[in-house]
Design a protein. Structure first.
Length: 205
């Protein structure tokens, strides 16, 4: 059976690779083999997310990329337990797969908070809306005698993909190490066309 020139070249390349102790060879990429040298290095954000997910929730003060896991703050009694089972992939950033509260906890359900000032002004800047939405959510927390350490679940809704980085950055800044359960969703729109972000949460103490 006649072999094409490409087939002969690939066969020669394969023999050379085996003889060179299986070193990576660019010629194998065309044959469907993985090529480590051609894969782009992970972005810094991706690396941080993976690093953030590597620490277990039971560890005390484990560095998690852009945030710090603090399961128990000094001088406080934490009622929230974080869950990141080893049988599934770790979280991609500073959050946990699950969070639970003790049976005798007092629960708080926070309605979706938007990026609006106390006098009712909605700024055009998406990052300012994100900041205000979190400011308003924390104000409700404080009014109930709670802090971010009492958050069990946070759901964030943004209307533009380019807001993901800014939302994540603000969320992790507000979490201050309390990497609770959270979801971020990109939606087609909110109740009003000028609203770009909404954040709702459940807390317990």
């Amino acid at each position: 059976m006649l072999m094409s020139v490409d087939s002969i070249r690939r066969a020669i390349t394969l023999v050379i690779c085996i003889g060179a102790a299986l070193l990576t060879c660019p010629g194998l990429a065309a044959a469907g083999e993985p090529m480590s040298s051609s894969a782009p290095p992970p972005s810094q954000d991706s690396a941080n997310d993976r690093q953030a997910a590597s620490g277990g929730p039971e560890s005390s003060s484990v560095k998690r990329g852009p945030c710090q896991m603090n399961p128990k703050r000094k001088g406080t009694e934490m009622s929230i337990k974080l869950h990141n089972p080893a049988t599934i992939a770790p979280p991609f950033s500073c959050y946990s797969h699950g969070a639970s509260a003790s049976g005798n906890a007092r629960w708080l359900y926070i309605s979706g908070q938007i990026g609006v000032t106390p006098d009712g002004v909605v700024p055009d800047d998406p990052e300012e809306q994100i900041r205000l939405a979190w400011e308003n959510l924390i104000a409700v927390l404080n009014d109930a005698g709670m802090t971010v350490d009492d958050l069990v679940k946070v759901d964030g809704f943004i209307t533009r993909p380019d807001m993901v980085s800014a939302y994540r950055k603000e969320r992790e800044r507000r979490f201050s190490g309390h990497a609770t359960a959270t979801t971020m969703v990109i939606v087609a729109g909110l109740a009003e066309p000028n609203l770009l972000v909404e954040v709702q949460a459940v807390a317990a103490r």
